[in-house]
Design a protein around this ligand. Structure first.
Ligand code: COA
Length: 153
């Protein structure tokens, strides 16, 4: 299934992720400078459990057999979230990140969710621009409180 961006402008095919993609997805995150919590929420077991819940919201962009970008969408029935968006460094600035974000946003909204959000660290300029291009706005100042069950969670 090709779920290439809502506006059909993705430079590469986008498809739902599968369990077999896990290792390659983890590599994309690592190569993109994102930490991978192999003993926490990005362990293979956790990934498979999440994928079962959101099979249409975990998306990858591919070139041939290679995964070059990834995004994980989710929702809690009230609000949607776009997480872990990453594109391999050598594939950036071709519109792939925007296309993945757009496809994920559209897929989340098919679940009847009318607000989709993303948490971005203040110094992550590239992500900020991508989400702004997608029409997202930072019109609410928030402080992010969290509590981990263990340090690797
Ligand atoms: C954020 C990220 C996914 C963007 O992927 P991408 O495929 O390069 O994004 P796009 O090509 O769709 O970029 C769209 C626009 O964003 C802006 N942009 C992208 N990277 C930028 C950068 N490094 N600096 C400034 N603007 C940038 C540009 O305006 C760009 O459009 P243009 O190339 O026509 O000028 C990618 O930089 C990445 O993987 N970063 C590391 C992982 C990360 O921090 N993820 C966020 C966690 S939520």
């Amino acid at each position: 299934m090709d779920v290439t961006g809502t506006e059909g402008r993705s430079p590469l095919p986008i498809r739902p992720a599968t369990v077999g993609d896990y290792e390659e997805i983890a590599q994309v995150w690592s190569a993109s400078g994102l930490s991978v919590r192999f003993y926490g929420r990005e362990s293979k077991q956790a990934f498979c459990r999440q994928l079962e819940q959101f099979p249409d919201l975990y998306l990858v962009a591919t070139e041939g057999d290679r995964i070059v970008g990834v995004v994980l969408g989710s929702h809690d029935h009230r609000k949607g979230w776009i997480n872990r968006l990453a594109v391999l460094p050598e594939y950036r600035r071709r519109g792939i990140g925007t296309a993945l974000g757009s496809a994920c946003d559209a897929a989340i909204r098919t679940h009847g969710i009318e607000i989709v959000a993303a948490l971005i660290e203040p110094d992550n300029a590239a992500s900020g621009v991508v989400f702004e291009k997608l029409g997202y706005r930072t019109d609410v100042e928030v402080r992010y409180y969290r509590k981990l069950s263990h340090p690797d969670a």
